[in-house]
Design a binder for this molecule. Structure first.
Ligand SMILES: Cc1cc2nc3c(=O)[nH]c(=O)nc-3n(C[C@H](O)[C@H](O)[C@H](O)COP(=O)(O)O)c2cc1C
Length: 222
């Protein structure tokens, strides 16, 4: 698979089969992903990879919280600016419409939306998951490095025939994740990532992108 194909075939997949992901494949992907660049090569990512019983235990604990209506853990970082301005607000709105509209859930049916969102904490059925932490002292440049790391992981997963879904939703249950992973207290959970083979019967519509001239400015010389 060439890089263009890896980039364009990567999607947030929200339905996985129970086919196991071999440990050596995950190790190969994460060994290559370690070559992700970072400012001054500080490599600020801390990845925890779960499969089998520990992942089942995490899903069980998270599922119990969903069922009991347990409130989310207080956030350790702001997922979006409180007053998301244009054009980002409209893009976020359009995503919500597409995601939940695609499932036949009307905007006003908050309960059905929450039910659909709850699939996050089952990792959409995935048999493997990665949890990405970084030191809480790190600044915006290091958070950006971590983003690059995650994209590198996702592209390498494509090369292995695997799919993924990055999930900030896991930060809402960060204490449950910490119960299972026991990370050092100086680490902050950015997100989880479900990993596995796509269940092609659960296809989301493909998300669109803003036209190129909204996000890219070419300044040509001669
Ligand atoms: C940092 C990050 C966090 C995300 N969190 C979630 C999440 O919690 N749940 C979810 O279903 N999708 C999540 N997504 C997936 C995005 O909704 C998705 O990437 C975006 O809509 C673009 O669609 P695509 O990835 O299919 O191209 C997240 C993506 C990123 C990069």
């Amino acid at each position: 698979m060439d890089v263009y194909e890896a980039v364009t075939s990567r999607r947030a997949v929200r339905g996985f089969t129970d086919r196991q992901v071999p440990r050596e494949v995950l190790a190969r992907v994460l060994t290559a992903a370690a070559w992700t660049p970072s400012a001054s090569n500080v490599q600020p990512w801390h990845a925890y990879v779960l499969t089998g019983a520990p992942l089942a235990e995490l899903k069980k604990r998270a599922g119990e919280r969903v069922v009991s209506g347990d409130p989310w853990d207080e956030p350790e970082y702001e997922q979006y600016p409180p007053d998301l301005k244009s054009p980002y607000r409209e893009r976020r709105f359009a995503f919500g419409e597409q995601r939940y509209g695609g499932l036949g859930i009307p905007r006003e049916d908050l309960e059905a939306r929450q039910r659909a969102a709850a699939a996050n904490w089952d990792c959409f059925g995935a048999p493997a998951a990665l949890f990405c932490y970084l030191d809480r002292d790190m600044g915006p440049a290091q958070w950006s490095d971590v983003g690059m790391y995650l994209q590198t992981v996702m592209l390498l997963l494509r090369a292995e025939g695997l799919h993924s879904c990055t999930q900030m939703a896991w930060a809402k249950y960060r204490k449950t994740v910490a119960e299972v992973l026991a990370p050092p207290t100086e680490l902050i959970l950015f997100c989880g990532m479900s990993i596995g083979f796509e269940d092609v019967t659960v296809r989301d519509p493909r998300t669109g992108r803003a036209p190129l001239d909204e996000t890219v400015t070419f300044v040509h010389g001669r």
